[in-house]
Design a protein around this ligand. Structure first.
Ligand SMILES: Cc1ncc(COP(=O)(O)O)c(C=O)c1O
Length: 417
């Protein structure tokens, strides 16, 4: 037996991350054979057409202009006040909802999810999200003694599966005091799916109804990690308006991150933003989450906050930022369109994709298909019910022909679509 000194609740934890694992193998092979011989469809960051990691120019300039104090100072635990204002403004744009809106700086979007799970659900609770979700949600729940429960995101008609959502929430509300729900839309990871305006109306009307007159709460987490690459700037934000004027037992927490929108992935900067009709709930939100920040990572990254703020307070820089994002939104769209066109031509199924970094090819037997593809130097991420392709990071040249290769691997391995 291997020796272990871990405490009982920590025994057996291990983080063999399939995404980073495949990425490491792809990178090693590219070093050996040359980057043009390898297709790495695992990376969840924007790479340009030459395969270089993109850092937006306006962000590069903002970093270079930082003063030593801006870089190294301890920031207030809640975050610099001007950062919190900038975050709220950047997040909502022209669609700021009515109500009490407060923000706390977090370590990326991951920090938001951690704090919500930690502070708004109890030990042993279920946390609800869709069957197609970012794998880290599982670890975050398990590591905190919670269980991630799934509703079916997409029904047989290719639309949002409201019935599955309702059935799960109804059951959870009956059993739990708080029901935490994470909805990653628009640009869902891994599918690129999004709830429509009507879907949001139905979801919110149902949530109001299900806790009406009850001493029960809903905590709705709107994970918008890929918001800035999900459509026209104001159009893709319109659904935020719907978060206003909800009853006080529904708290909306928006998981905002600078990782993608500002290409600051490794800088670990984000914010949790609450929308509530109750001042007490808003005050409590700041108090308990600030406390948890102090109790986990303490202050957030000063340089990242100041770089972001220095862009946001200058309209010219914001215009530059918007233009750069629009350019990459277009590039990702061109890659996705090419893949979907070829997939249709060769009869490879894919899930309804609207925007975002990833496309999912649903199937049973994804691991076998990915293993076979790796032999052809193509690296993709096997998921429980499909394969994830990162269109944010594969050039158009490499996307061309990829659908047919996946289709051939599906047939060769006998995987079922
Ligand atoms: C769905 C989703 N939510 C949130 C995040 C948050 O990332 P970060 O903690 O880097 O901001 C990611 C990053 O990959 C993501 O895919």
């Amino acid at each position: 037996m291997t020796k272990s000194v871990a405490a009982p609740q920590a025994k057996g934890k291990s983080a063999e991350d399939k995404i980073f694992g495949a990425n490491n193998r792809a990178t090693a092979l590219a070093e050996q054979l040359g980057a043009d011989k390898v297709i790495n469809g695992t990376v969840g960051s924007i790479l340009d057409e030459d395969g270089n990691l993109v850092m937006l120019d306006v962000v590069q300039k903002a970093y270079k202009a930082l003063t030593p104090k801006e870089i190294v100072a301890y920031a207030p635990i809640q975050g610099y006040p001007d950062y919190l204002e900038a975050v709220i403004d950047q997040c909502f744009g022209e669609s700021r909802p009515e109500g009490y809106i407060r923000a706390c700086a977090t370590s990326g979007g991951s920090g938001v999810l951690h704090h919500v799970i930690h502070n708004y659900s109890e030990w042993g609770d279920d946390i609800l999200t869709s069957d197609w979700h970012w794998g880290a949600y599982n670890s975050m729940c398990t590591d905190n003694g919670r269980h991630l429960r799934e509703f079916e995101l997409i029904g047989p008609d290719g639309k949002f599966n409201l019935e599955s959502f309702k059935a799960n929430v109804t059951d959870m509300v009956a059993k739990q005091y708080n029901t935490v729900i994470i909805i990653n839309s628009p640009a869902n990871n891994p599918t690129g799916f999004a709830l429509s305006s009507e879907d949001w109306d139905h979801v919110l009307a149902f949530l109001k109804d299900v806790v009406n007159g009850k001493d029960k709460n809903i905590i709705l987490v709107s994970d918008v990690a890929y918001l800035d690459y999900s459509g026209e700037k104001q159009e893709c934000r319109k659904f935020f308006k719907k978060f206003g004027n909800l009853p006080s037992n529904i708290l909306v927490v928006v998981a905002y991150t600078c990782s993608k929108g500002f290409t600051m992935y490794g800088q670990r900067m984000g914010a949790m933003i609450c929308v509530t009709s109750s001042k007490d709930v808003a005050d409590e939100f700041v108090a308990i989450n600030q406390y948890t920040s102090r109790a986990t990572w303490s202050n957030s990254n000063s340089a990242a906050m100041k770089a972001m703020v220095n862009i946001c307070k200058d309209p010219k820089k914001v215009a530059e930022l918007d233009a750069e994002r629009a350019e990459y939104l277009e590039l990702i769209k061109e890659r996705a369109d090419l893949f979907m066109k070829e997939a249709k031509e060769c009869g490879l199924k894919y899930l309804p994709y609207l925007s975002g970094f990833f496309i999912t090819i649903p199937m049973e037997g994804s691991q076998k298909v990915c293993d076979l593809m790796e032999k052809e130097h193509i690296f993709l991420v096997p998921l429980g019910k499909g394969i994830r392709l990162a269109v944010c990071s594969v050039s158009k040249k490499k996307i061309a022909g990829l659908a047919a290769k996946i289709k051939a691997a599906v047939e060769a391995t006998g995987a079922k679509q």
